[in-house]
Ligand binder design. Structure first.
Ligand code: SF4
Length: 368
């Protein structure tokens, strides 16, 4: 937004005094000073180094139980539909010591779950360049598997999640670390985008249908109880009916527990905008989207039905929106579980026997 609209925001619309890009946090005091001196202020420069290490956010709107920790910024992948590489800049990883420090701090503040955030967490690298070559032989290196293990060791009572994985970079090493630690949640968001290899090539995703299915097989082999969710884009440039049905077949094969599903919509400045025509009519995009949503609803319901009759460890996040006599939280697979409040509180782990479900929610009773 800031890069794209800076001229119109400042000069044409005259809506704001300061336009600040995502990498200019540290410049805010100077920018405010400029405005106090009667000028407009702009800093939308993207940095190759800024990772916001040492800037610990004050969490005003959090639930006091779960928090996000940014572990890297930017993305080098250049998926053809995506604007992130142009707005967030090149990929850079945050100092692991500052990440561990933040996780420790949050745990001491009473938080019981952290989600490690990055556009592509699997390519987290410390003291290595993008090819994995060591930058400073005198200092330790760390990849995402190593970072995950270190955060998991902060406390067995601190749950760890992460987002987002990239299928081309997700290693068995990461899966094995997840399997070794009970407090790393058994849930992976692995965006597939399309089930057809030609469309994946056009999207510049860096993997094929077969590669993706191999990664799914690895997850199921190493962690049979791991939930998997995905992102799907339907109606990408030139997508045929047959290619759309490849996506449907892949969904039937994997049976995702959850999915975020979208119609393709062109973004300015992306590779797809420059190279391909957005040529799938709106009504076909809608029809395809409705098909995948209906299929996913069925799979989500089946996934929740498999959870019925079992005891799940739930981290309580708060009072249910529908009833103040009920609490809600999530199990390790990231499914929402609702149960009677009784004497339990936010931030506690409670074992809940699930007795019924919808496609979106599990319901049950605490097991004493
Ligand atoms: S879709 Fe994700 S991996 Fe691809 S360019 Fe965008 S942020 Fe990077």
């Amino acid at each position: 937004m800031a890069e794209r609209l800076k001229a119109s925001l400042l000069e044409e619309e005259k809506l704001v005094d300061i336009v600040v890009g995502p990498d200019a946090y540290r410049d805010l005091p100077n920018l405010i000073e400029q405005v106090e001196g009667g000028q407009k202020a702009v800093n939308v420069l993207l940095s190759r180094e800024e990772t916001y290490a040492d800037i610990n956010p004050i969490r005003l709107d959090g639930n006091g139980v779960s928090a996000f920790i940014s572990i890297m910024r930017g993305c080098d992948n250049m998926c053809s539909f995506c604007v992130v590489p142009f707005t967030r800049g090149r990929e850079r990883s945050r100092d692991p010591e500052s990440i561990i420090h933040e996780a420790n701090y949050l745990f001491q503040q009473g938080y019981r779950e952290v989600t490690l955030l990055g556009q592509n967490v699997d390519s987290y690298k410390w003291n290595m360049n993008s090819k994995g070559e060591i930058l400073d032989a005198a200092k330790p290196t760390l990849n995402f598997a190593g970072l995950l293990e270190r955060v998991a060791q902060v406390s067995p009572l601190l749950r760890i999640r992460y987002s987002t994985s990239h299928p081309k970079d997700m290693t068995d090493e990461v899966l094995e670390v997840m399997a070794r630690h009970d407090n790393i949640c058994k849930y992976i968001h692995l965006p597939v985008q399309s089930g057809n290899s030609e469309i994946l090539t056009k999207m510049n995703r860096g993997y094929s249908r077969e590669w993706y299915l191999d990664r799914i097989a690895a997850i199921k082999r190493i962690m049979p109880d791991c939930a998997i969710s995905t992102d799907v884009i339907t109606g990408f440039c030139s997508e045929t009916d047959a290619q759309h049905y490849d996506t449907i077949r892949l969904m039937e094969e994997v049976r995702f527990d959850f999915a975020y599903m979208f119609k393709y919509s062109e973004r300015p400045k992306t590779l797809a905008e420059r190279k391909f025509e957005d040529d799938i009519p709106e009504e076909i995009k809608t029809k395809r989207l409705n098909e995948i949503i209906a299929l996913q609803q069925k799979h989500s319901l089946e996934s929740n039905q498999r959870a019925v009759g079992k005891v799940h460890r739930v981290l309580v996040e708060g009072t249910s929106k529908r009833s103040d006599q009920h609490l809600f939280g999530r199990n390790t697979q990231n499914a929402v579980v609702v149960f009677p409040k009784e004497g339990y509180n936010k931030g506690e782990y409670v074992d809940v026997l699930v007795t019924e479900c919808t496609a979106a929610t599990l319901r049950g009773e605490a097991v004493k």
